[in-house]
Design a protein around this ligand. Structure first.
Ligand SMILES: Nc1ncnc2c1ncn2[C@@H]1O[C@H](COP(=O)(O)OP(=O)(O)O)[C@@H](O)[C@H]1O
Ligand SMILES: Nc1ccn([C@@H]2O[C@H](COP(=O)(O)O)[C@@H](O)[C@H]2O)c(=O)n1
Length: 247
């Protein structure tokens, strides 16, 4: 394996492995994107499998937040930085990583630390060549150059009250925030950016999943489709799905 280190510490190595089926999973904050991906992996019996042996892996777009300047970090600590704007992400690194994954290379992805608004220094996720790669995040369909890389696009469509009701306790318990900070950030940045940048990308989805992980029918259908791919059935775009929302 030959390695090259990218600017955010990612190391990409050429393995000449298989080209995975790349699935994008978009949706608003706390819509259930990660939970949907987890359910898909569980139903495929992939959740407990060693990273190296996995046929299905999941990557978060949050691993590609760009590094902040000290003054931006100071703003972020007060809930005054816009993490929901496309400029908060490093589009080039997203594209490079996905292209490397599609080329069957071993790719190392940093893990994001929401408490410090930065990538973790001591933790990295190694993505070995897999059959299916899920890439989830609020703006995974926003950048055209990234969007065109997906073989299949899912949009998790959960109503905004439910999303806010989930985000508040999650950000307080898991992301080190207080109530005022979460609500101010939501009203000033998260909600307007969802309307301007995330929601309009729903039209690019092949499959819309209302209610997220509660939608067992949609998840079962997606899993069925992935199993067909893993068992070598042809993987043509929209072969099965058309452009139907799965109500
Ligand atoms: N169907 C569900 N029912 C109840 N809680 C849920 C459901 N889906 C997700 N959650 C919870 O909501 C929060 C956000 O879910 P998550 O999957 O992390 O969303 P996202 O990845 O879109 O931000 C988490 O605390 C998760 O446990
Ligand atoms: N330092 C950060 C980075 C991101 N966020 C928020 O995370 C949301 C995206 O993650 P989801 O799991 O909710 O999809 C996004 O809405 C950002 O506002 C943050 O608060 N702090």
């Amino acid at each position: 394996m030959s390695d090259c280190r990218l600017s955010n510490g990612k190391i990409n190595g050429s393995e000449g492995g298989k080209t995975p089926f790349l699935i994008g999973v978009a949706g608003g904050t706390a819509s259930g994107k990660s939970t949907v991906c987890k359910r898909i992996m569980e139903k495929l019996g992939q959740a407990e499998i060693d990273n190296r042996q996995r046929q299905v892996v999941c990557i978060s777009q949050d691993s590609f937040y760009r590094e902040l300047t000290p003054s931006e970090i100071a703003k972020a600590e007060k809930g005054q930085f816009n993490f929901d704007h496309p400029d908060a992400f490093n589009e080039k690194l997203i594209k490079d990583a996905l292209m490397d994954i599609l080329a069957g290379k071993i790719v190392q992805i940093p893990i994001y630390d929401y408490k410090n608004h930065a990538l973790k220094k001591d933790e990295i996720l190694t993505i070995y060549p897999a059959d299916v790669v899920l890439f989830e995040g609020i703006l995974v369909f926003y950048f055209p150059e990234v969007r065109k890389l997906f073989h299949m696009k899912l949009f998790v469509d959960t109503d905004s009250d439910t999303r806010l009701a989930r985000r508040v306790p999650r950000d307080i318990k898991e992301r080190g925030r207080d109530l005022d900070q979460v609500l101010n950030q939501y009203m000033n940045f998260v909600k307007p950016a969802f309307e301007e940048f995330c929601f309009p990308t729903k039209k690019f989805a092949d499959v819309i999943i209302p209610r997220g992980a509660d939608n067992h029918v949609a998840i079962d259908l997606i899993v069925h489709h992935i199993k067909d791919i893993l068992h070598g059935k042809p993987k043509k775009d929209n072969e099965f799905w058309g452009n139907l929302p799965l109500h």
